[in-house]
Design a protein around this ligand. Structure first.
Ligand SMILES: [Zn+2]
Ligand SMILES: [Zn+2]
Length: 221
């Protein structure tokens, strides 16, 4: 039986990143996924929901997805988690400089916990699985929890994330979608890192039918 979950989505910060509050309904333990800024608003969201954060999760290291990490940690002293490949990548001086120029925002601080592919985080009765899906960045991940896939900038509704930023690769992103995403149950709910599509969410089944990066690059190939 799947854990009952609470999910709140809100568009945050200069790039309108979808920040998610994901909580176990029974225990009220929670995570914040990609806190992209406006820390005060996110703190209020957590308090209004009456939940207790235990991790801050980043789908990848781009500044717009991590902007409120440190401000939130002052109020909720919990570890920031990022895939090891992005934590290493964004620690390099030349990458930081390039990324800051590309995004016009400061590069991320080091993570407290380096995530690995297949790792499972326990949050109350909720299990959150880390799925490494490189391509948008070397350490991009999707988080799978109770039939919901938080895809960051790997997969949007009807689109995929940019691969022209430093460390990006379209071939690698397509490979990740083929091997790690479209193999999931069709009813899996896609919860993207930006609201760029016709609807705020989608499903794996719908993306397999409608997303040109899947229909043309994977299924037709
Ligand atoms: Zn990004
Ligand atoms: Zn983004």
């Amino acid at each position: 039986m799947q854990a009952e979950v609470i999910i709140r989505q809100t568009a945050i910060g200069p790039y309108r990143v979808n920040t998610y509050l994901l909580a176990c309904a029974q225990t009220r333990k929670a995570v914040l996924i990609d806190p992209g800024g406006e820390a005060e608003r996110l703190i209020k969201m957590v308090r209004d929901e009456g939940v207790e954060p235990v991790y801050i999760l980043n789908t990848h290291g781009h500044a717009d997805h991590v902007l409120a990490n440190q401000q939130l940690q002052k109020v909720f002293p919990v570890p920031v988690c990022m895939h090891e490949a992005d934590d290493i990548f964004f620690a390099a001086a030349e990458v930081r400089e390039k990324s800051e120029k590309e995004l016009g925002l400061p590069a991320p601080a080091p993570a407290d916990i380096r995530l690995t592919d297949g790792q499972v985080l326990t949050v109350g009765r909720l299990q959150i699985k880390v799925i490494h899906t490189p391509g948008h960045t070397p350490g991009s991940v999707c988080f799978l929890a109770a039939g919901n896939l938080f895809t960051g900038d790997t997969l949007f509704v009807g689109d995929v994330g940019r691969t022209d930023l430093t460390g990006g690769s379209l071939d690698t992103l397509i490979h990740s979608l083929r091997e790690k995403v479209i193999v999931l149950p069709e009813e899996t709910i896609i919860r993207p890192g930006h609201d760029y599509g016709e609807t705020p969410t989608s499903t794996v089944g719908r993306e397999i039918k409608e997303n040109l990066y899947i229909t043309d690059f994977i299924l037709a190939g």
